[in-house]
Write a new protein. Sequence first.
Length: 265
Amino acid sequence: MIRLIASDIDGTMVPDSSDYIHPGYYDAVRELKKKGITFCACSGRQFHSMQQLLEPVAEDIYFITENGTLVRTKDRILHRWAVDPDYYETLLTDIRAIEGASAVVSFPEVTYVDSGEDSRVFTFLRDSYRYSIENVPDLMDLPHENVLKFTIYCENCEEACADLISSHWSRDLKMAASGTQWIDICSPDAGKGAALAFLQGYLGVKKEETLYFGDNMNDLPAFDMAGIAATVANARPEVQERADLIAASYSELGVLKELERIIRS
């Protein structure tokens, strides 16, 4: 019996960076709750962005935000994993050495860049993802504590960041692609799998009572924590190979159709 359904957002429920979700998802979440099934939105997005997208049901669901570094309800943080502050300056220096890359630093309530308010990454996060975001003169001057994640933004990001990914940072921290333009870097103890495991413990839900939907590499750790690992037809091949269930693509509302099937069952 399924008691917990968690789903990635971008590329799974909606197109990447969309600020619109089909209203049928709101109805599905409400109906799942009536059946005793908890829904959790699980994303690389910050909480502010996720809350706006899911505002009509925000009181009824749980949030795993910032690529699995923060677990919360609408009103309360339940758990967080922060990057070791001793890594801050060296890691930021190495990110800045990547040609064409912009650095993004995320805290629980706000995200920072220093690339300028007219930069592509600032306007993209503010206008498309609806982030709570600020531009500062220099990211080095921010507090080094309570950083949830660093994000690298650039075109063909995995290729551009190949040297960083193969460096010692891959042992010291967790790195995962969360889209073609994004690499998230967080505590080695964090991630969607760790966050889902925490939520399962908090709710008293077993692995075999959990269904997880995801489409990208950063979703694979959560697959390991779910009794049913599900993806969508537009997902990366590596993700489809690991999935127990492949739903229709996000453009065909594949996840919504699966939720409605569970509601009818």
